[in-house]
Ligand binder design. Structure first.
Ligand code: 13P
Length: 288
C-alpha cells in the first residue's frame, strides 16, 4: 500500500469515536519504531515531522524517501500518512511538492484575516494535489522549534470560519500545551472544547501537546470531537530514560554494546512500548 492522505482515516476516526495517533518523527530509529508499533497494533497512523526535524533529517525529500522506503521494506499494510507539523506557508508548499501526503499550515501567529487568507490558499493548493490539510486557530502553549505561544483558548467563531474554508481537520487550543505539563496544569477546558465542537459542525479536531494528558481526559476529548492526537515529547522522554539507564548501568561498556544498533536498542524498545500503549488509549488499535 502506498502512503495515503489523512482525510479518510480522520473521517473514519471521527465517526468511530477514536483518535489517530500523530507521532512526530526525528530520525531513522523513530520512524522504524513508529511503523513497528502501528503495524503490531493494526492502527492507522500519521507520521509527522516539524520543519526543524525535517531539516535535521536532511530535508523534506529525505523525510519522504525515508518513510516511503521503510514503509515498503518493512511490508507495512496499515494506512500511513506523512504530515508536516506546524508548517509555515512556504514549508507547507514545499512539502506538498516533495511528496508529503498531508500538511499543517500554522497561521495562528498571523492576525486572523491573514491566517484565513493564507489557510485558504494552502487548502486549495493541497487539495488540488490530493493532500490533506490541518490549520490552527489560536496558539497552543509551550515551546516548539523555538517558537512559544501563549496558549489562549481558541475562539469558537474563528474556528467556525477556518472550518468553513474546507480544511480537513482543525487544531484549536483548549488548554493543552506542548512539552511537559507543569504540576499545576489546570487540565483540558472541556467547556471550550464543547463550544468549538458545536461551532465547527462536525469537523474533526486535533489535540496538540498529547504527551502526559491523563487518559480519562483523552477519552473525554475524543468523545467530544478530537480525532487526531499529537505526541512528540513522550516518546523522546522514554527514549532518553531507557538510554540513560543502559549507560548508567555501564552496559555500554560490555561486549560490543558501543555499536549504535545495541546502544540505541533499549530506547527504541521503549518508544515501541509507549506508542503501543498510546494507540490503545486513543482507541485506534485494530482500526487499520
Ligand atoms: P508534545 O511534544 O507535547 O507531545 O506535542 C506534540 C505536538 O503537539 C506536535 O505538534
Amino acid at each position: 500500500m502506498v502512503m495515503v492522505s489523512a482525510t479518510e482515516m480522520m473521517i473514519k476516526a471521527h465517526e468511530g469515536h477514536y483518535a489517530i495517533p500523530a507521532f512526530n518523527t526525528n530520525n531513522l530509529e523513530w520512524t522504524k519504531c513508529i511503523l513497528t508499533a502501528v503495524q503490531k497494533m493494526n492502527s492507522p497512523v500519521i507520521i509527522q515531522a516539524s520543519e526543524g526535524a525535517a531539516k535535521y533529517m536532511g530535508g523534506y525529500k529525505n523525510v519522504v524517501d525515508l518513510v516511503r522506503n521503510l514503509h515498503d521494506s518493512m511490508g507495512i499494510t496499515v494506512p500511513v500518512a506523512l504530515h508536516l507539523d506546524h508548517g509555515t506557508y512556504e514549508g507547507a508548499k514545499a512539502c506538498i511538492e516533495a511528496g508529503f501526503t498531508s500538511v499543517m499550515f500554522d497561521g495562528s501567529h498571523f492576525d486572523f484575516d491573514e491566517n484565513v487568507a493564507k489557510s485558504k490558499e494552502i487548502i486549495e493548493y493541497a487539495h488540488s494535489k490530493g493532500v490533506s490539510v490541518e490549520c490552527e486557530v489560536g496558539g497552543i502553549g509551550g515551546t516548539e522549534d523555538g517558537v512559544t505561544s501563549n496558549g489562549e483558548l481558541a475562539d469558537p467563531e474563528e474556528c467556525a470560519k477556518i472550518a468553513g474554508l474546507g480544511v480537513d481537520f482543525l487544531a484549536a487550543g483548549i488548554g493543552n500545551i506542548h512539552g511537559k505539563y507543569p504540576a499545576n496544569w489546570a487540565g483540558l477546558n472541556f467547556d471550550r472544547l464543547n463550544e468549538i465542537n458545536e461551532a465547527v459542525n462536525g469537523k474533526p479536531l486535533v489535540l496538540h501537546g498529547g504527551s502526559g494528558i491523563p487518559f480519562d481526559q483523552v477519552s473525554k476529548a475524543i468523545s467530544m470531537g478530537v480525532s487526531k492526537i499529537n505526541v512528540n515529547t513522550e516518546l523522546q522522554l522514554v527514549f532518553a530514560a531507557a538510554t540513560r539507564k543502559f549507560i548508567e548501568e555501564g552496559k555500554d561498556l560490555e561486549g560490543k554494546n558501543y555499536d549504535p544498533r545495541k546502544l540505541l536498542k533499549p530506547g527504541c524498545d521503549a518508544i515501541i512500548d509507549k506508542a503501543c500503549e498510546l494507540i490503545k488509549a486513543f482507541g485506534s488499535d485494530n482500526k487499520a
